[in-house]
Design a protein around this ligand. Sequence first.
Ligand code: NAP
Length: 488
Amino acid sequence: MIAMTHKRSVRVAIIGAGMSGICMAVKLQDAGIDSFTIFEKADDVGGTWRDNTYPGLTCDIPSRYYSYSFRPNPNWTHLLPPGPEIRAYFQQVAHERGIRPHIRFGADVSRAEYHDGTWRLTTAAGEETFDVLITATGVLRVPRYPDITGRETFAGAAFHSSRWDHSVTLPDKRIGVIGSGSTGVQIVAELGGNVRQLKLFQRTAQWICPMPNLRYSLLTRTALRRWPKLNGLPYRFWGWYVRYFFGKAPIRPGLQRAVVTFLSRWNLRLSVRDKQLRAKLTPKDLPMCKRLIFAGHFYRSVQQPGVEVITDAIDHIEPRGVVTADGTLHELDVLVYATGFDARAYVRPLEVIGETGLTLDEAWADGPVAYRSVAVPGFPNLFMLMGPHSPIGNQSLIPVAEDQADYATWWINQLRDGVVHAAAPTEAATKEYNESMKAAMPQTIWVTGCSSWYLGKDGLPELFPWTPETHHELLRQPELAHFDVRTA
Ligand code: NAP
């Protein structure tokens, strides 16, 4: 498109000041666009890394690659970054880039309606109008509590893993953890042997890939601070490693899948000698069907004195603890629900209303769909970060957010140059894209018979069935023929 000399001011609303929201803000600033407001319902930046504070919280993606490409962090202390360091990193980036003044904290957007060519946002403070709406609301944000009879009768402390109650002291307590996903495993790995008693209520065993969390030496950190250009090397190396193995292994059979399978199986066999315990911890499905877990010392922890893996189904909860189907009462002081999140919430409960009055809820009645994960037909000038079918398996979500933010920025630039007034993907292009994804799903490991938060209502994975490189390529340059573009 031909750029015009007069640039108009484009008002951009970003919802969410987590990893993606901050990324979007930086991309806009880099494009010379300062007219953006970030709506954040909480009182600080950081999103999931602000909400999750459970013991053992660590990102299982190497820290050097769990960083913005534009802001390496020489100060990571470990190969896998601890949660508090990640939160501090996002706080630091927001501070350095002068993003905080753009953020309205405590501003929960309840409604966004496209009307007369603009987005009208509603918060408790009133209504405000913007030209472009960016949702950066994260993926795993809405806690899911188990539907277990008597849950509310428990007399001790009970909370979801993402709402950790730090007023509860742990070492002297009998603690129950329900759930053995990435979160439950990290909690158990940390608490095993360090509390009076720990019981893991495991409904389904999960594969765990070994990943020792090495510490970076002071020398390494000093060198990376002293010569910042060196940071590019580990970013590229760990990026290659994550994409090469975990970008490819789940989407098609081959070497990568074989290596991951081998490592997961041998990790269990070598780490757990007790055959009975090993049988309990042996999953029935294939490694990576559910999201693969990385943990250095989970198996060691569950073999500590005072730690027990309970595989009998939970029958109900009563004031003293958890009662399993065999009639045993497991008396507890603390009960942790590591039971995951509503992965299909996306921007909801925020009500988003498109140009014909259709809500996103209605448009997604059969499951969330989007054009290349970022846009939805009938919702002009709406761009989503981490929208439906983003590549969110065992990947760093930061490069994904960067690609999506670059894509949105391209369109915002068109609006600013005055060549575009509104743009939304066509129904046909969106349908074709989603059909090609569906056709690619049978190749993936996610459809091999396990149940997980990856699967949508139709039983198909809500993930991206191609490599991260393909995602990058798909978003590198908008295909104008796929858009209904309106000029002023
Ligand atoms: P999750 O993977 O959805 O696991 C939930 C666990 O709760 C499962 O073991 C599930 O059992 C169990 N569960 C749910 N309802 C239950 C019930 N009624 N009774 C008994 N057990 C029940 O949730 P998560 O562990 O919080 O992890 C979610 C995602 O967060 C991960 O997959 C990952 O993407 C992300 N995460 C990432 C990191 C990281 O290091 N990057 C760390 C933590 C989390 P079933 O398997 O039988 O359903």
